[in-house]
Structures are given as structure tokens and as C-alpha cells.
Write a protein of this length. Structure first.
Length: 247
């Protein structure tokens, strides 16, 4: 399915479960006890929709054309630019037109939307997560899990690890821990739901290898990615979200 359809489905899921997850969450009482109740409810709705939509596109970080991949690639590109500048300064080559030309050529190669840029960016995210996990003992488990998830995603093909029970379990565990430490359990619930809905949606759009690394795919092809049904699901989901918001 298209990234925007996944976003709409994730956001719709968030809107529908928001009353339940907020009711179950102790964070709800903490938030509502401060300030204007209506304002807080509106803020929670916006936060829920955004996080649900983001959760809905996270699994497609395993493909270079994923909506979120385009954003994540910026990390690799900025790191590459920084590394080139440091290299030029350290080697006293920043006045050399040839060195500047080579650096520019390398940077343009990196700005180019390519699979290896996706891989490098995810590896950087894995290293960053691991570093932060080691640096802050409370977040060690989260850092290790994130590093594993980003690292495996970097090297796995589209619709494999991230669309499996294993990938979902690692992401889910990380989000639960993160929600617990940040006292935002309801938001992590919404993100997990968005992720889960993505897997279900792809299961009816060609199938997913639920038990990866076993290769067999489960599911059917009811929806063709980019086809009429795909667009229709996106439009209907967006319409239902708007209906719920204005009611
Ligand atoms: Zn997908």
C-alpha cells in the first residue's frame, strides 16, 4: 500500500482507540488535571493522530521510497556533509579547488536518493541508539532494541524483517519501554497500533512473511499498491478521521 494510505489507516486507528487508551492511562489523569480540559483533549487528539500516522509508516523504513525513509535519509546526508567538512579542514585541503570539487562530487552522490543512503542513515541511527543506551543506564534496553531494529532493517529487503512478528515484537517492546519511562503509555499504544495496522494492511496487499526469517508469506492480494482500492482506503480513512474530529 501507499505510504499515505498507511498514514491514514494509522491515524484512523489512533482516533478510534484514543478514548480507550486515554482512559486506561495514568498519564491521562496527569495531563487533564492541568489547565483547560478541552485544550488538552484537542492536543491529545493531534498528538494521537500524528503518532498513529508515524507508527503506520515506520515498517516501510525497509525500502528507499518509503515516506519516512526520505526523512531519515537526511541524517545520513548531514553526517556525510559534516564528515567531509571535518576531513577538508583536518587535511588543510579546504582551499584546494580539486579537493573541494571531489568533496562536492561525493556530497552530491550522497544527496542522490539511493539505497545505500538509506542503509547508511539507518546504521547511523543504530549506532546513535546504542551510544545513548550505553550512556544512560535507564535506557540501555531501549537503546539495544533500537540498535537491533535499525541495524536489521538497514540490511533487510522490503517487506521482510519489519513486517514480521519478530520486527513488530522488538519495535513494540521498545515503544512500551519508552512510553513507560516518558509517562506516555497511551502514545506508545497508539504507535504500536499504527505499526500493527500497517502489517495487517500489507497482509491484504500481497502478503507479509509473518514468521520471518522463514520466507513463506501469509496474506492475500485484495489491494494493489497504488491501485483504486488503495486510494479509496486512504480517502475513506481520512474522511472518517475528519468526521470524528469535527463531531
Ligand atoms: Zn509495508
Amino acid at each position: 500500500m501507499l505510504g499515505r494510505t498507511h498514514m491514514a489507516i494509522g491515524a484512523l486507528g489512533a482516533v478510534l482507540v484514543l478514548p480507550v487508551v486515554l482512559h486506561d492511562s495514568t498519564a491521562h489523569d496527569m495531563v487533564l488535571s492541568v489547565g483547560d480540559g478541552h485544550l488538552n483533549q484537542a492536543r491529545q487528539l493531534i498528538e494521537g493522530v500524528v503518532v498513529g500516522a508515524l507508527g503506520g509508516i515506520v515498517p516501510d523504513l525497509d525500502q528507499k521510497d518509503g515516506l519516512m525513509t526520505r526523512k531519515v535519509e537526511r541524517i545520513g546526508q548531514i553526517a556525510m556533509l559534516g564528515a567531509l567538512v571535518i576531513l577538508l579542514v583536518m587535511m588543510h585541503l579546504w582551499r584546494s579547488p580539486i579537493a573541494l570539487g571531489i568533496a562536492l562530487f561525493m556530497f552530491l552522490g550522497f544527496v542522490h536518493h539511493a539505497e545505500w543512503v538509506r542503509k547508511t542513515s539507518l546504521i547511523l541511527l543504530a549506532c546513535g541508539s546504542l551510544y545513548l543506551g550505553m550512556r544512560f543506564p535507564d535506557y540501555t534496553e531501549i537503546g539495544i532494541c533500537l540498535a537491533i531494529w535499525f541495524g536489521v532493517t538497514a540490511f533487510s529487503k522490503h517487506r521482510t524483517f519489519t513486517h514480521s512478528l519478530l520486527g513488530f515484537a522488538i519495535a513494540g517492546f521498545t515503544l512500551v519501554q519508552l512510553g513507560k519511562y516518558q509517562h506516555l503509555v497511551w502514545l506508545s499504544d497508539v504507535a504500536i497500533l499504527g505499526y500493527g495496522l500497517h502489517i495487517i494492511a500489507d497482509a491484504v496487499a500481497g502478503g507479509i512473511p509473518l514468521f520471518w526469517p522463514l520466507g513463506k508469506r501469509q496474506g492475500i492480494r485484495m489491494v494493489l499498491t497504488g491501485g483504486k482500492a488503495d486510494h479509496l482506503i486512504g480517502v475513506v480513512s481520512t474522511f472518517l478521521i475528519l468526521m470524528d474530529v469535527v463531531k
